[in-house]
Design a protein around this ligand. Structure first.
Ligand code: PGA
Length: 225
């Protein structure tokens, strides 16, 4: 079982996780972060940009990408540029995304585990694009997205038909190698799955449940949505 800290607003959730990132950056300028996309971390990135931190020695690794043109307006590469990278002094060459050379992404992460991994959770319990049924020791790979995920993400693409069906994701094993993990969730529609993932059995049918076995996990939730 893992405790869920409930915050009273989306602003508090964003600020709490921004504090953790800021502390990590101040403790070690050469930090390695694993970063999420989606609607949940938008407030976090806004907060971080406002704090004008020094990102010049930071390395970032994104959790996942859709298989699509990286310059598309809805790609995760574009999302990161628009919401964080172009608004900080981070070096673009220090911002890594999974690509079809999945082994190489693993090698880049394997030698030195990330100092901090920030995650969201999908309504089906996925973390990154590790859909239900993903193996706990899975590594970076190409995946087919779940019907539920395609449905959830179609809000960004206008229709289910236009929503990508495949992605490249870090594996659950890759994520679990991180030194410290922060899981953030916002919205009443996330509470049931979050609670299940943190307090019920550890099962591949709820991929986030593996996080219960991480020795340095914090979980933050608010129900503002
Ligand atoms: P969301 O997605 O932040 O857009 O709700 C989270 C996720 O699917 O991991």
């Amino acid at each position: 079982m893992s405790a869920i800290t409930i915050l009273n607003s989306y602003n508090s959730l964003s600020k709490k996780v921004a504090d953790i990132v800021e502390e990590q950056l101040k403790e070690n300028r050469i930090s390695r972060f694993i970063l999420p996309t989606g609607s949940t971390p938008l407030g976090l990135y806004k907060e971080l940009v406002n704090r004008e931190l020094d990102w010049s020695s930071v390395m970032t690794y994104n959790l996942d990408v859709y298989i699509m043109n990286p310059s598309h307006s809805q790609s995760y590469q574009t999302y990161m540029k628009e919401n964080l990278f172009d608004k900080t002094n981070i070096y673009p060459s220090n911002c890594q995304f999974p690509d079809r050379n999945v082994q190489s992404y693993e090698v880049r992460l394997k030698g030195i585990p990330a100092d901090l991994c920030i995650l969201g959770i999908g309504t089906n319990g996925h973390i990154a694009f590790n859909e239900p049924g993903s193996l706990f020791d899975s590594r970076t790979r190409v995946v087919h997205l779940d019907e539920q995920t395609i449905q959830d993400n179609s809000r960004f693409f206008g229709s289910v038909d236009d929503t990508p069906k495949q992605a490249i994701t870090m594996g659950l094993g890759t994520i679990m190698d991180s030194k410290r993990i922060i899981l953030m969730a916002n919205g009443k529609n996330k509470f049931e799955i979050l609670n299940k993932a943190m307090n019920d059995e550890v099962t591949t049918m709820v991929p986030a449940s593996i996080l219960q076995e991480h020795n340095n996990l914090e979980v933050y939730y608010c129900d503002e949505k």
